[in-house]
Design a protein around this ligand. Structure first.
Ligand code: KG4
Ligand code: ZN
Length: 332
């Protein structure tokens, strides 16, 4: 089954063709990062306009690279939630138009279901259940995934998402946008033990996260140190505080629920220190660890096509009159 995936929920325009949920035939991503770097963050209206300019060309090119014609597509999968509504609407309108014109079914995909599916593209043999840490610019969720579309949420962030915390910290440290990769790079030259930032473990046994206190602690530290600020040390220590909590709670969940498989997805899964710590700790415990390659960690349409395939197989197509939705937690 050839699935055409479309992703326009934020600032990446992406189109992919994935066969049977596992084989990527094409996965094209047109990033708007240069444009949004000028404003230090995504301007929703600008993002939507860029999607309009680029989406048509990307659809043609994704088919070309997959060596397929429109008539070879069996299913359209498009992100309809959550995200910037204007941006989502571009992808959803294009997806619906294609489905209608080609007479093919369409599925409306939750963006985070896409991030989870990036693990199946990375490790098609991944067994259920597994513990899944979803860490992106908008979300920080910990789930036990029990089957395709079946999961139990153990916890989520009570304030900032991990990626958002990285982005805000980078801005405070004058490292620019996007913040996560900038902190990751800068931290390599710093001492993670230089500053002891707080770790919000919350109540005993809680799998929720909180990063706003850490952000405030960094702000206070930057103000106090003034010209003496060592940016690399501050970045490394800040990153270590986030990674400690993300890795600590994920490993604890695997232990408590006796699930020896951990998957990490979303933009922050690209963080080199998070990968390093989880790889060491899962290695020590004999757990399987799946972290998608960079191209599948950040927003891309291959993960949406894969999630759409499993959704179609388990629950069928979506009625074509579905809406775009700005905010919706992943059920579970
Ligand atoms: O999943 P994603 O591409 O978009 C959303 O759905 O939000 O995630 C983007 C987030 C941004 O906050 C970005 O700063 C963060 O992922 N990110 C990273 C790294 N690469 C991207 N955070 C930490 N370390 C990285 N290497
Ligand atoms: Zn995302």
């Amino acid at each position: 089954m050839n699935v055409l995936g479309i992703e326009t929920s934020c600032d990446e325009t992406s189109v992919a063709v994935v066969r049977d949920g596992v084989e990527i035939l094409s996965n094209l991503i047109a990033s708007q990062v240069d444009i949004h770097a000028l404003t230090g963050g995504v301007v929703p209206e600008v993002a939507a306009r860029k999607h309009v300019e680029r989406l048509g060309v990307l659809i043609e090119e994704a088919l070309h690279q997959a060596n397929l014609r429109y008539s070879d597509i069996d299913l359209i999968a498009v992100t309809n939630r959550p995200g910037l509504v204007g941006a989502l609407m571009v992808g959803v309108s294009a997806g619906k138009a294609l489905a209608y014109a080609l007479g093919k079914p369409i599925v409306a995909v939750h963006h985070l279901e896409g991030h989870i599916a990036s693990n199946f593209l990375t490790a098609p043999d991944l067994q259920f259940p597994f513990i899944c840490l979803i860490v992106s610019g908008g979300h920080t969720d910990l789930h036990i995934v029990e089957g395709h579309g079946r999961r139990r949420r153990l916890g989520s962030t009570r304030d900032d998402a991990a990626g958002e915390a990285f982005d805000k910290a980078a801005r405070l440290l004058g490292l620019g946008y996007p913040g996560g990769p900038a902190i990751d790079r800068t931290a390599k030259g710093g001492n993670p033990q230089a500053v002891s930032f707080p770790r919000a473990w919350l109540e005993e046994g809680s799998y929720d996260f909180s990063f706003s206190g850490l952000k405030t602690a960094l702000l206070r530290y930057v103000q106090q140190t003034g010209d003496a600020l060592n940016v690399a040390d501050a970045a490394a220590s800040f990153q270590e505080a986030i990674v400690d909590v993300l890795a600590g709670k994920t490993l604890h969940a695997a232990e408590q629920y006796e699930v020896p498989r951990i998957a990490v997805c979303g933009g922050v899964a690209a963080n080199s220190r998070l990968k390093e710590v989880l790889s060491e700790e899962t290695g020590r415990r004999g757990y399987q660890l799946v972290v998608p390659p960079l191209i599948l960690c950040t927003d891309n349409a291959a993960m949406i096509a894969a999630a759409g395939y499993y959704q179609y197989v388990t629950s069928g197509a979506t009625d074509i009159d579905f809406d775009t939705i700005a905010s919706e937690a992943l059920a579970g």
